[in-house]
Design a protein around this ligand. Structure first.
Ligand code: ZN
Length: 449
C-alpha cells in the first residue's frame, strides 16, 4: 500500500511538539518518526513550519438533522467542522426530529447522515422523562453515552428530567457503563430570579445574566454529584459556565467520583461586561459570565478540574436570534463556532502560556475518551486513524462570514481578529479541507462505539 510521510517542524503528540513525520499507510498512522528516518520510498508531504495536530473531536454539537436541517444539517455542520480542524463530531440527541431517544430515531439519523458528511460523526442517545427502557437498547445500538437536561432545553419535544425521573433512569445508565452528559442547571433558582425581574429591560445582557444565576448551576451540580456517589455512573457536566462550582468538582474528583467536566470556547473568550445592548448573538445557556469568572475557568483547565473544551455548536435560523428587536428573553440561546473554535482557543490559550499540547488534550484526546473512541481517535500515534490538522499558529485573520461554512453565517465572533489558521484537515489519510476548498466526495462515516 502507498506509504506517505506528512512532515513538519511542529508535530503535536501528548508529550512534545517536535520536528517529526507521520507515516501513514491507507487510513491509519503507521508511526510517528524523526524526519531523518523517513523511508526513501514514502511519498513526502512537507508542511514546513505549520503545526500538525491530531484531528479535533467535538463531543458537543447540535447538527439538528434529520428534521431541522434548515437550522444546520450534516452537510453544513461537517463542512464547518472540516474547515475548523475537527474530524469527529458527536451529535446531541435534541433539536433534531425525531429526538434520538430510541433506536428507531437513531436509525433515522443514520439514514439522514448517509453520504453527506465531510468528517466522521457519532450520536449521543437522549435520556428523557419517559424512556428509561430505551437506554440499554441505545447502548447496544452503538451510542457512546447519553445526554439529559435538568431544565427545559429551550425547545419542546425533548423533555427535561426531574430528580425522580433521573433517579429512575440512572440504574439503566449505570448498567451500560457509559457516561451521562448533563445540562446542569435547575429551574427553581432561575424561576425565582426571573420572578424578581418585573419591568426590566430585556435588551440588556445584564438582565439575562441576572435571570440565570450561578445558583442554578451550583444546585444542579450538587444534586448530580450526590447521585453519582449513589449510582456510580460516569457523570459528565457539559458546558460549565460558573467557576464557583470548581471547588466542589475538584473535591468530588479527589474523592474518586467518576466525574468529568467540559467548558466551551465562548466562556473562555467572551465576557458579560463587553456584550452590547441587544446583541442576542451572545445568548447561550448557561450564560457567559464575568471576566473574573472567565479567568477562574482558565484556572480550572490549568489544574485539570476541567477536562475538555467542546463547542456546543448550536445554530438556528437567523430570525430566531431576533436581532431586530434584540430581546434576550425571546431570542434562541446557542452559539455556533465549529469553524473557528480552534483559533478562538489558540488566541486565548497562547496568551496564558498554554501550548498546542494542551489544546490537543482539551479538544481531541479528552473528548475522544469521553466518546469511548480513545483507541482510534484523539492522538497522533501508531494505529490511530490518520486524522490530523495542519495549523499555522502565528497567522492572524479577521472572522468574516465566508470563513464560517455552517448553514447560517451568524456569529458573535464576526469582525474579531484571531490568531491561528487551519490550512488543511485530513480524515483517515484523505484531505477533506484545504485553503477554503473541500476536495472530493463526503467520506465521513459514523464511528460506532
Ligand atoms: Zn448543547
Amino acid at each position: 500500500m502507498n506509504l506517505r510521510a506528512f512532515v513538519s517542524h511542529r508535530v503535536v503528540t501528548p508529550d512534545a511538539v517536535r520536528p517529526a513525520a507521520l507515516l501513514v499507510e491507507g487510513d491509519r498512522i503507521l508511526d510517528v518518526i524523526a524526519p531523518g528516518q523517513i523511508p526513501p520510498h514514502a511519498e513526502l508531504h512537507d508542511f514546513g513550519d505549520a503545526a500538525i495536530l491530531p484531528g479535533l473531536v467535538d463531543s458537543h454539537v447540535h447538527i439538528n438533522d434529520p428534521g431541522r436541517a434548515e437550522w444546520e444539517g450534516f452537510e453544513t455542520a461537517t463542512r464547518a467542522a472540516a474547515a475548523g480542524g475537527f474530524t469527529l463530531l458527536v451529535d446531541m440527541p435534541l433539536n433534531c426530529l425525531p429526538a434520538t431517544t430510541n433506536v428507531a430515531a437513531l436509525e433515522d439519523k443514520r439514514a439522514a447522515a448517509q453520504g453527506r458528511c465531510r468528517v466522521d460523526w457519532m450520536a449521543w442517545g437522549g435520556v428523557v422523562a419517559d424512556n428509561p427502557h430505551e437506554i440499554e437498547q441505545l447502548a447496544n445500538a452503538g451510542v457512546p453515552g447519553f445526554k439529559c437536561f435538568l431544565i427545559h432545553p429551550g425547545i419542546d419535544g425533548f423533555t427535561m428530567v426531574t430528580e425522580p425521573q433521573l433517579r429512575a433512569a440512572l440504574p439503566h445508565v449505570a448498567r451500560t457503563g457509559l457516561p451521562l452528559l448533563v445540562h446542569a442547571e435547575l429551574p427553581a433558582p432561575i424561576d425565582s430570579a426571573t420572578a424578581h425581574l418585573a419591568n426590566v429591560d430585556w435588551s440588556l445582557y445584564e438582565t439575562y445574566l441576572q435571570s440565570r444565576p450561578e445558583e442554578a448551576e451550583l444546585s444542579a451540580i450538587r444534586m448530580l454529584l450526590s447521585a453519582c456517589r449513589e449510582f456510580k455512573f460516569p457523570l459528565h457536566i457539559v458546558h460549565l459556565s460558573t467557576s464557583q462550582a470548581l471547588t466542589e468538582l475538584r473535591a468530588a474528583r479527589s474523592e474518586g467520583l467518576p466525574v468529568t467536566v467540559e467548558t466551551c470556547p465562548h466562556y473562555l473568550h467572551l465576557t458579560a461586561e463587553t456584550i452590547p445592548k441587544g446583541a442576542t448573538l451572545f445568548k447561550c445557556a448557561p450564560p457567559i459570565r464575568s471576566r473574573a469568572n472567565r479567568e477562574q475557568l482558565w484556572q480550572g483547565l490549568r489544574d485539570g478540574t476541567i477536562d475538555l473544551v467542546a463547542t456546543d455548536h448550536s445554530p438556528c435560523p437567523p430570525a430566531m436570534k431576533r436581532l431586530a428587536e434584540g430581546n434576550f428573553r425571546t431570542a434562541w440561546g446557542g452559539i455556533a463556532s465549529l469553524s473557528i473554535a480552534l483559533p478562538v482557543m489558540h488566541t486565548e490559550a497562547s496568551h496564558r502560556g498554554f501550548s498546542l499540547i494542551d489544546i490537543a488534550r482539551w479538544m481531541s484526546e479528552a473528548p475522544a475518551k469521553l466518546a469511548s473512541c480513545r483507541t482510534r481517535k484523539g492522538r497522533l500515534a501508531p494505529g490511530y486513524d490518520a486524522d490530523f490538522v495542519v495549523f499555522d499558529p502565528e497567522r492572524e485573520f479577521v472572522v468574516s462570514e465566508d470563513r464560517l461554512y455552517y448553514r447560517h453565517p451568524v456569529s458573535p465572533y464576526l469582525g474579531e481578529k484571531l490568531r491561528g489558521v487551519v490550512k488543511a484537515t485530513y480524515l483517515r489519510g484523505r484531505k477533506v479541507f484545504s485553503d477554503g476548498q473541500f476536495p472530493g466526495d463526503p467520506i465521513g462515516v459514523e464511528h460506532r462505539r
